[in-house]
Design a protein around this ligand. Structure first.
Ligand SMILES: [Fe+2]
Ligand SMILES: [Fe+2]
Length: 376
């Protein structure tokens, strides 16, 4: 668990913490303060995320740096390709820079460097995530080449994911996966982590937890056949492109049911994870009781995962914002409200580790912002 860790990375900004800056990452607590604050004397590394073009900031920065502890590494966040900022940072004595906007990917790189330099080892989800991503890569390649997927390896990976989440906690899993670069695998690992921890927190039977974890790992395998130009499109999808996206549940289901050896509930979850209770989902427009319990859980976790992720067309929502949007979807009759509340309770215990806001019903207003992730 990251809670209680002594590893701290300080970020100094002009404004408050943004949704892009996680509260903890890779075993480090991330403390955000203003340039007007004093940094603790034991700070080892500070990331300075301020606008170097403002003269006032340079004055503040000069004063601030005088108070910074000796031997404290100072990393400047600069805009990629902006030579003037780069020059200014160098003039100010920057030995190291990172890119704006400051987010979990850039911070993860800084932390990895610190960990390596200091030989710091704290239990994190990184190893399990890298191993699971390798399995996903192999599994997706097998699917793409029309070869049987290695179900034993998928099951073993599911077990490892469950064990790691049990060890480090779901928030460490989520914040580490959010820094993982490959978007489809990032999505799958977030959804799988959510499904697994949700099922565990709900006290589900071991067999059902295993089924949900495997369904999480395989649910979007049909996306292998979808061109990256559509999957990673920065803007809104055209109706034609959306039709292509809609093929992935059936493609995955057909392939895996032909292969055989996969539980019926898992196959159903793969085929129907985009169905909505009010019949507005796809591919079969199922409604109400036609949608199995495990499938409903995977659907809620799938949407939650899409909301929490950074995608080519959107920044990540916080846990609170995501829950509010899911709640709105439950009010619209798309997903089960009981499940949204239960997922909220699962995450609420750890909510402060990945989110800095208190749940606010007014965020329901954000719901219209959220369209394609539900469908993709
Ligand atoms: Fe999907
Ligand atoms: Fe998905």
């Amino acid at each position: 668990m990251t809670t209680g860790t002594q590893n701290i990375l300080h970020v100094v900004c002009e404004s408050d913490r943004t949704a892009l800056i996680p509260v903890s990452l890779l075993g480090f607590d991330i403390r955000v303060s203003s340039i007007a604050d004093k940094i603790p004397l034991d700070a080892q590394t500070i990331v300075l995320d301020i606008d170097l073009a403002k003269a006032d900031n340079i004055t503040k920065l000069t004063a601030f740096r005088k108070t910074a502890p000796a031997r404290c590494k100072q990393i400047f966040a600069i805009t990629k390709g902006n030579l003037q900022e780069e020059l200014q940072a160098t003039t100010l004595g920057a030995r190291k820079t990172t890119h704006k906007p400051l987010n979990d990917v850039g911070l993860a790189k800084i932390i990895e460097d610190i960990r390596e330099a200091e030989g710091i080892f704290t239990p994190t989800a990184t190893k399990a995530i890298n191993a699971a991503a390798k399995t996903l890569e192999k599994t997706f390649t097998q699917f793409g080449a029309n070869r049987p997927v290695d179900l034993d390896e998928v099951a073993a990976t599911g077990e490892e994911v469950a064990k790691t989440i049990g060890d480090v906690g779901v928030n460490e899993w989520l914040s580490t996966v959010r820094a993982y670069h490959q978007t489809t695998f990032q999505h799958i690992l977030i959804v799988t982590g959510l499904a697994c921890s949700f099922a565990t927190a709900m006290g589900m039977r071991r067999g059902d937890i295993e089924k949900l974890t495997i369904a999480g790992l395989l649910h979007d395998i049909g996306k292998v056949d979808i061109p990256a130009a559509i999957l990673d499109k920065p803007g809104k999808l055209t109706p034609e492109e959306f039709d292509v996206i809609r093929t992935h549940p059936l493609a995955g289901y057909r392939f895996l049911s032909r292969q055989g050896g996969i539980d019926e509930d898992v196959l159903d979850a793969i085929l129907h994870h985009h169905e909505f209770l009010n019949g507005t989902g796809y591919p079969d427009g199922l409604s109400g009781d036609q949608i199995r319990d495990l499938t409903r859980i995977l659907t809620v976790c799938d949407i939650m995962g899409a909301l929490l992720e950074r995608r080519s067309y959107k920044e990540p929502f916080s846990v609170t914002e995501s829950l509010s949007i899911l709640l709105q979807m439950a009010n619209d009759g798309k997903v089960e409200k009981v499940l949204v509340h239960a997922l909220g309770r699962t995450l609420e215990k750890n909510i402060n580790a990945i989110n800095d806001k208190i749940p606010d019903e007014s965020l329901i207003a954000l719901a219209p912002l959220y369209q394609s992730p539900v469908d993709a």
